[in-house]
Design a protein around this ligand. Structure first.
Ligand code: ADP
Ligand code: MG
Length: 702
């Protein structure tokens, strides 16, 4: 684009010599569209290359005695190829440079016959020794010399890039080599010198140079540290700037929890709140009493009783005449919340509404009118709550159930100010504890409350990992429990028949009905059913007209039927740990002990470790950490769930210390310059807006 300074980081990738439209498309698929994108394409690892020598140098350096050996790298042309007859297949190549010859010998590598030919130029590396008067390298590593190659005279680390069939690492290296010097020269380091020095970090240009062409592993590690720090700092700055802005400029309706209101609310509950629940309600109450918008995360393991806390807060809003909404991740869960909240409020004046994707159009129209008029005080719903069409009269509180399914972006959507310029308080609830690293980053703008103990009378669910061959025993046990008046779930991975040989709801139900569970009243439930159908099935299950529900993971979260005691999961290896933990949380919610059978045959080491892990612990927090350790943050709370672009360099598992430093520096910086308008912040601010402006909704910050 800018032809005078072709290698500015924002220049289109086609300015790189050799990159035409075809390669630009290939690079585009790797998300490299600019020169800067190329610089940000970080090597996965490095290969050691030995110092290169001429053949005469190798000869001179090697002692004369037979058996002496040294690691060498030489370059030359194939002068001759010999395939001597004999028992062990062997290829002998004479490699020649201007100074001499060396013999390369490969054993048991017949395919090399088709690859090597006289005249070919090679770089060969390996252990050189003397053998019957010859200089010889046995089974060397080799590659064809490509014309793009810079002569590698010194020992070096050669970068290995994430690559594809169309674009091997070496081509990427070639392009990087072309832009590295000129691009890093025009690069402006956005990090103030003061921070850089206090954290002993390299300059940005040096970091790019050293990550792509390090002189030593230490260089590469230091470069990585600098680039990771930048990523962590940027996210922290974004999150903190946003938080500060919210606190300073946004007002919410103050909802004081007076003793009289408190008494009225508690009277509606069919049970006493546990000490943990009361403590958490107090913390939330203290937040809500202020006109500063609450932004709190409520953590509590599956079955800990978070819903009661949510309802407590919603009733507080209603007591002050304001609207509140709770948003659930699935229609089934919203329907269930609606049923239980409606039950609690029987006889009260408060109007409760339910809005999900399957609310019929006509009903929805009426409901939306009543919401806009402020008649509906408590609204329960799914993502539909976020749609443009849902306009509240006076929304004072939003609760998001099962936080990890909602991104940062959704949260900020909820904070649209109403006519009086007020935004709602936001409370998010999660049963999947957020590992510390992540709570410091993606969710770094939230205060945290925790319910640590389950309500009284619970016994922990027993989990067993079972091989498919033992499935009949599992179903036999389930049939016994049903005969004893209890209920259960059977979860399968697919809704419909697939060609992958996975159990699907319909066929699995037929199979069970025809065999191991004949005589048991079975029902099916999955996400493709209409709301009415689903509600009908759930009602019948609750009323014990259905003994066993065959389901997909739609029942994963929230489903609350205390008489259900057995959870069977088919193909358990296909589910995430947090998901399995949620699933087993569907049983053992009453007085009777729950049993969870995970039927699965993990084919990979990772799969085996996962199932062992879930069998080995009850502690959701531990499971979240394990999940993070086994699958990596990308899978669990990575870009997709959080809505934030993923890190390229930083690694949440290993960069915790660096994260702490970045967090501290970000906090200091925002404290000193809340909107990053100072002269030293110009470039950082620009980066921040480019990376997080949209997802964090920083546009309105200034
Ligand atoms: P989760 O934290 O998983 O959302 P729920 O709110 O669904 O948990 O509560 C799980 C079960 O515990 C429900 O059946 C609920 O009625 C019951 N429960 C919640 N709080 C209490 C309590 N203080 N005493 C007795 N039962 C409770
Ligand atoms: Mg819940």
């Amino acid at each position: 684009m800018t032809s005078s300074t072709p290698f500015q980081v924002d220049a289109d990738i086609t300015v790189v010599p050799g990159v035409g439209p075809r390669l630009a498309a290939v690079l585009g698929r790797m998300e490299i569209t600019t020169v800067g994108g190329l610089l940000d394409h970080i090597p996965m690892r490095y290969e050691h290359e030995h110092a290169e020598s001429t053949i005469a140098e190798v000869d001179a350096a090697l002692p004369d005695d037979e058996g002496a050996a040294a690691n060498v790298s030489v370059r030359g042309e194939i002068a001759a190829i010999k395939i001597p007859p004999g028992r062990r297949p062997r290829i002998e190549v004479t490699l020649e440079d201007e100074t001499g010859t060396v013999q390369l010998v490969w054993f048991n590598a017949p395919w090399l016959r088709n690859k090597l030919r006289p005249g070919l130029r090679l770089v060969a590396e390996g252990r050189a020794k003397r053998w019957r008067g010859y200089l010889q390298i046995g089974n060397p590593q080799w590659r064809e010399e490509d014309d793009v190659e810079t002569p590698a005279r010194d020992a070096r680390l050669r970068p290995v890039y994430p690559a594809s069939e169309d674009l091997p690492s070496r081509r990427i290296e070639e392009f990087v080599t072309k832009v590295l010097e000129p691009a890093t020269k025009t690069l402006i380091d956005p990090l103030p010198d003061e921070i850089r020095k206090s954290r002993a970090l390299k300059r940005l240009g040096d970091a790019y140079r050293d990550i792509h062409q390090p002189e030593s592993p230490r260089d590469a590690a230091d470069a990585r540290r600098r680039l990771a720090f930048d990523e962590l700092l940027l996210l922290q700055l974004g999150v903190m700037m946003k938080r500060r802005h919210l606190r300073e400029t946004m007002k919410a309706a103050p909802l004081a929890l007076t003793p009289e209101i408190e008494k009225r609310i508690l009277g509606r509950f069919p049970f006493e709140l546990t000490p943990d629940q009361r403590q958490v309600c107090r913390e939330i109450g203290a937040d809500l009493a202020r006109d500063v918008p609450t932004n709190r995360l409520l953590q509590g393991d599956v079955g800990a009783g978070k819903t009661a806390v949510a309802v407590h807060a919603m009733l507080l809003a209603a007591a002050h005449g304001h609207q509140s909404a709770i948003m659930a991740p699935t229609g089934i869960l919203a329907e269930q919340h609606h049923a239980s909240i409606s039950r609690m409020l029987e006889g009260a004046e408060v109007e409760v509404g339910l809005l999900t994707g399957s609310t019929p159009a006509k009903e929805k129209r009426v409901l939306l009118e009543r919401i806009a008029a402020g008649d509906v005080k408590l609204l329960i719903g799914t993502h539909a709550l976020l749609s443009e069409g849902t306009v509240f009269d006076d929304l004072a509180l939003v609760i998001i159930d099962e936080q990890h399914r909602f991104g940062v972006e959704q949260r900020s959507k909820l904070r649209r100010p109403n006519a009086e310029g007020r935004v709602p308080h936001v409370l998010v609830m999660t049963a999947t504890p957020i590992p510390r690293t992540l709570s410091l980053t993606v969710f770094g703008d939230l205060d945290v409350s925790v319910i640590r103990h389950l309500p009284p009378g619970r016994t922990p669910t027993v989990t067993r990992v079972v091989a498919p061959s033992k499935a009949p025993d599992v179903y036999g046990y389930l049939a016994e429990r049903v005969a004893a008046g209890e209920q259960g779930f059977v979860v399968v991975p697919a809704v419909e028949e697939s060609d992958m040989g996975l159990a699907d709801v319909e066929n699995h139900l037929k199979m069970l009905a025809a065999g191991p569970l004949s005589g048991v009243r079975l029902g099916a439930i999955h996400g493709r059913m209409s709301r009415d159908e689903r509600e009908g099935v759930m009602d019948r299950f609750r009323a014990r007209d259905i003994d066993v529900l065959v389901a997909t993971v739609v029942i994963e979260v929230g489903v609350d039927v205390p008489n259900a005691t057995v959870m069977v999961v088919e193909h358990a290896e296909r589910f995430g740990l947090a998901q399995l933990h949620q699933l087993r949380g569907r049983v053992g919610r009453g007085e009777k002990r729950g049993v969870c059978a995970l039927i699965g045959e993990p084919t990979t080491e990772e799969g085996r470790r996962r199932l062992e892990a879930i069998g080995g612990t009850e502690d959701g927090f531990e499971i979240a950490e394990l999940d993070l350790g086994i699958r990596g943050p990308g899978e669990l709370f990575g870009a997709r769930q959080s809505g934030l672009p993923p890190f390229r360099v930083a690694d949440l598992l290993n960069d915790l210390d660096l994260l702490r430093l970045a967090r501290q520096d970000a906090a200091d910086w925002i404290e000193r310059d809340p909107r990053l308008l100072g002269p030293d912040a110009v470039h950082m601010r620009r980066r921040l807006m480019a990376r997080y402006g949209a997802t964090l909704g920083l546009g309105d910050v200034g």
